[in-house]
Design a protein around this ligand. Structure first.
Ligand code: ZN
Length: 145
């Protein structure tokens, strides 16, 4: 990051703040001229496209996955891993599939073992939220897995 005053790339971050849109605002101090300037960092949008149950395509949203895991985790505290860490792991696994387009059920398939390892009850709640619960057989299969 070049200093806007002198062009030097030597600087240090003196303050970082998370903004509502999940970008980060950083105050930097140039180590060459001592002037301060501000930079903004945003996370690159995931290249994944989700084909949802209505056969509609939508960009994969980390926040949406996070929300669904947080909702499922209302019954039990996640111990050992935060929901953010679980989501990152799920996203990493999804990217490793090397598919641009994934279905909602593929996300659930990838997510379940990861959540289950942290807290099986939360995995069960997540599973029932994303599966047709009329189908008790599926739930029985899940429990026996
Ligand atoms: Zn400078």
């Amino acid at each position: 990051m070049k200093c806007v005053f002198c062009g030097s790339t030597d600087n240090k971050v003196v303050d970082s703040r998370y903004l509502k849109d999940s970008s980060i605002r950083r105050r930097r101090k140039c180590l060459n001229c001592g002037m301060k300037f501000t930079t903004y960092e945003t996370v690159e949008k995931s290249p994944l496209v989700v084909l949802n149950v209505f056969n509609e395509r939508e960009p994969f949203k980390f926040e949406k996955l996070l929300e669904s895991i947080n909702t499922a985790a209302y019954c039990r505290d996640l111990v050992g891993k935060t929901s953010e860490e679980i989501c990152s792991e799920i996203e990493k696994k999804l990217l490793a599939l090397k598919k641009q387009e994934i279905t909602t059920s593929e996300i659930v398939d990838v997510a379940l073992p990861i959540i289950k390892e942290v807290e099986p009850m939360v995995a069960l709640v997540y599973f029932t939220q994303h599966t047709d619960c009329q189908d008790y057989n599926k739930i029985r299969i899940f429990i026996n897995r």
